[in-house]
Design a protein around this ligand. Structure first.
Ligand SMILES: Cc1cc2nc3c(=O)[nH]c(=O)nc-3n(C[C@H](O)[C@H](O)[C@H](O)COP(=O)(O)OP(=O)(O)OC[C@H]3O[C@@H](n4cnc5c(N)ncnc54)[C@H](O)[C@@H]3O)c2cc1C
Length: 56
């Protein structure tokens, strides 16, 4: 997660729609229906990897 100024919020992770990829995010405002699963998987993978790295 990022603070309002764009800097990382330590120890706070987001995956799925709450990560902000919808509504003009990764796929843009003209994204096709049915393309959110990819963003859910991608953001979950990134958040999980970052959390694992933080505790290793
Ligand atoms: C009608 C419809 C059709 C769709 N069709 C497609 C499709 O064909 N292909 C595609 O890729 N995407 C589709 N999507 C989008 C896709 O379903 C979502 O992007 C995806 O489900 C988001 O997953 P998520 O885990 O981020 O959020 P969600 O699936 O919304 O999960 C969030 C969870 O958090 C829980 N929650 C909320 N507040 C709290 C709280 N305070 N405490 C504990 N739990 C809480 C909720 O109950 C929910 O279970 C569709 C969406 C809709 C509405």
């Amino acid at each position: 997660m990022l603070r309002a100024d764009g800097t990382p919020f330590p120890g706070l992770y987001a995956a799925g729609e709450v990560a902000g990829f919808g509504g003009g995010g990764v796929h843009g405002y003209r994204s096709l229906e049915g393309t959110f699963l990819g963003g859910c998987l991608f953001s979950g993978r990134q958040a999980g990897r970052a959390a694992a790295l933080a505790v290793s």
